[in-house]
Design a protein around this ligand. Structure first.
Ligand code: ADP
Ligand code: MG
Length: 483
């Protein structure tokens, strides 16, 4: 039998704030276990929560970025469950009034050949709410350890509609989410550090059917490749069961990325089990239009919009925009370079090919921030190429010199052998020949249009294959033209 796959993703995102959601306790990744706690985090008697306004602002910004409807008030509920990672025996979350509803995440449709204009589509969101993270349990053969450093860290839970239809789309969705969250400064978005954690709800239905099948919730998909592998495994498992006449039980399963299997954890809790009720210790916060407009202003230009703009304004192909735009710092570097010299295509190619290759080969030793290469360097290189002063090959060599040592290009050009390899006499003869062959710019120059000299420099450069000193060519031509 043929099936359609239906997926809804629940993604938890750690919000980048200095302190936790309900106390001034700081949070940084990788600290000694249980050093980042306080009475609120540990749920000690008498400790009362205080709201971290910054987390609410970040939550609203996320909602605005994905075009959700934002709630008028941000209210809090207790979600009860008993497990050693949750010291209060309840987690503070949002139940019936999530901070954001609706909206969508734009994704790149999978399966695009990279050289054509990428097609996009919108995946509908159900809601986004804020909640506190819980502690981290580590189980080994003879003991289980708990670390409360993570407990109380602000989390955004971003819940999609069942509007994702393959593991590739789930991958693209997560990728897009991650890119947007990093862009807007909501999260550092590092899945390896647990900044983004994903559960997938997966069901199958007969091909073409419009009713949803019974879903299985797959937990612990904590890397982008894990999401793809886990979903594919679960789809195959459900298919096998359905094909042999069985039925799917609604349950929660756990993905084991090492062994590449999923195992049953528990049958699904219902909301009743959590005994949700409004948290009496925390006042709801009003969200007004003024705050919304301030936060809207704070959002950066989003990556897919930037990509369209680059295609339109700079006439860049999708192959280049899809490299430059997903990384905010890289595109900022690019824009600074083209401010120095308007050569968008040449500069984009240097970044996408040479720069990224060298950064990659340095294995993190050299970064955009630390490298000696500055936007001005790329601008100058592009200018030299456009003016025909240097060949592509020479440009590559110069790029490597500047990338490694950050020398000034003018200095480099003077110091290089290739520029001295034509004597003044040789250039004199060559320039005379070019002038005879191009009477029009000669004429124009002599009538006072000094810019016409460039029309002569180009051919000279070409004949010398970029190996002559540009200053010397300039000097020789001027001498001959004023004869
Ligand atoms: P819960 O809070 O119990 O996890 P939700 O209604 O919030 O349940 O849904 C959780 C996720 O499951 C959402 O992302 C939703 O899109 C997805 N989902 C719901 N029904 C199905 C289904 N039949 N197949 C696949 N995904 C589903
Ligand atoms: Mg859930």
């Amino acid at each position: 039998m043929e099936y359609d796959v239906v997926i809804g993703l629940e993604v938890h995102v750690q919000v980048k704030t200095r302190t936790k959601l309900f106390s001034g306790c700081p949070y940084t990744y990788g600290a000694e276990p249980n050093t980042l706690t306080d009475p609120v985090v540990l749920g000690l008697p008498g400790a009362l929560p205080v709201i971290n306004q910054e987390a609410i602002r970040q939550g609203i910004k996320t909602g605005l970025m994905f075009e959700c409807r934002i709630a008028d008030i941000c209210k809090w509920d207790r979600k009860h469950y008993f497990y050693p990672d949750c010291p209060k025996n309840y987690q503070i979350s949002q139940y019936d009034q999530p901070l954001c509803r609706g909206g969508y995440v734009e994704i790149e449709k999978p399966g695009n050949a990279r050289n054509i204009m990428g097609e996009h589509r919108k995946v509908a969101l159900n809601r986004i709410h804020l909640e506190e993270d819980v502690g981290k349990l580590t189980h080994s053969e003879c003991d289980s350890l708990v670390d409360f450093n993570r407990a109380g860290v602000p989390l955004l839970e971003i819940v999609s509609e069942p509007d994702i239809f393959s593991s590739e789309e789930a991958f693209a969705y997560l990728h897009s989410l991650q890119m947007h969250l990093i862009y807007a400064g909501i999260s550092d978005g590092d899945m390896e550090k647990g900044h983004i954690r994903c559960d997938a709800n997966i069901s199958l239905r007969p091909k073409g059917s419009s009713t949803l099948g019974t879903r299985v919730e797959l937990k612990n998909l904590n890397s982008i490749s894990g999401v793809k592998n886990g979903i594919e495994y679960e789809v195959a498992r459900q298919k096998r069961i359905l094909d042999s006449g069985g039925y799917i039980e609604q349950e929660t399963r756990r993905w084991d990325a090492e062994q590449h299997i999923s195992t049953g954890m528990r049958t699904k809790e219902m909301a009743d089990d959590y005994r949700y009720f409004p948290d009496p210790d925390i006042m709801p916060v009003t969200v007004d239009e003024k705050l919304l407009s301030i936060l809207r202003e704070e959002l950066p230009e989003l990556p897919f919009r930037k990509q369209e703009r680059y295609q339109l304004d700079y006439d860049l192909p999708y192959t280049l925009t899809s490299v430059l735009c997903p990384n905010a710092e890289l595109s900022a570097f690019y824009e600074r370079a083209i401010q120095h010299h308007q050569a968008p295509r040449i500069i984009a190619n240097f970044i996408a090919n040479d720069l990224l290759r060298e950064l990659g080969e340095s294995n993190g030793q050299i970064t955009l921030q630390t490298m000696p290469l500055k936007p001005e360097h790329l601008a100058k290189l592009a200018q030299f190429i456009e003016e025909g002063r240097i060949s592509k090959q020479v440009a590559q060599n110069l790029f490597m010199e500047v990338f490694r040592h950050g020398k000034s290009l003018d200095e480099l050009i003077c110091a290089q052998q290739w520029e001295q390899s034509f004597t003044k006499d040789e250039l004199n003869a060559l320039c005379r020949r070019i002038m005879t062959a191009n009477p029009k710019p000669v004429e124009e120059y002599r009538r006072g249009k000094t810019g016409a000299i460039n029309a002569l420099k180009g051919p000279v450069m070409k004949e010398t294959k970029g190996q002559a000193n540009p200053q010397l060519i300039d000097q020789v031509l001027k001498e001959l033209l004023s004869e």
